[in-house]
Design a protein around this ligand. Sequence first.
Ligand code: DQA
Length: 149
Amino acid sequence: TRVLVLNGPNLGRLGAREPEVYGSASHDDLVAAVAGWAAELGLAAEVRRTDSESELVGWLHEAVDTRCDVVLNPAAFTHYSYALRDAAAQVTAAGLRLVEVHISNPYARETFRHVSVIGPIASGTVAGFGFDSYRLALSALSPPSSRSV
Ligand code: DQA
């Protein structure tokens, strides 16, 4: 089963960026961890990262068109991007699964992070477990099952 793992803005700065919040491991470390977990879970995961909203929207369209499940860390777009929400909604409306992930627990942080415009249209959300949030999201997508609601 193919899964697109999509990381939004500033996640390329992992390791250097607020290590007390996001840890000291880099985005390359995350890519390596995801590859290992995906192999264990029998998933073909492809990790992509961008600072661009339009690129993320395009990748979500691609997920619909190629029929693959998605693990999405929308980063700050989580909190205000209706364009990303509309694109993510097409994934779940197509009967594919989209798991929203966060490294930190946004609900334990500033109030502007308490709103997710993605959450209501996601299949589910995993937040607050560091890079393990991705492992938990991947395991939710394995074994494959079709989303019925
Ligand atoms: C984040 C949480 C967001 O609030 C923040 O803007 C990020 C990362 C996380 O993974 O914890 O960039 O999505």
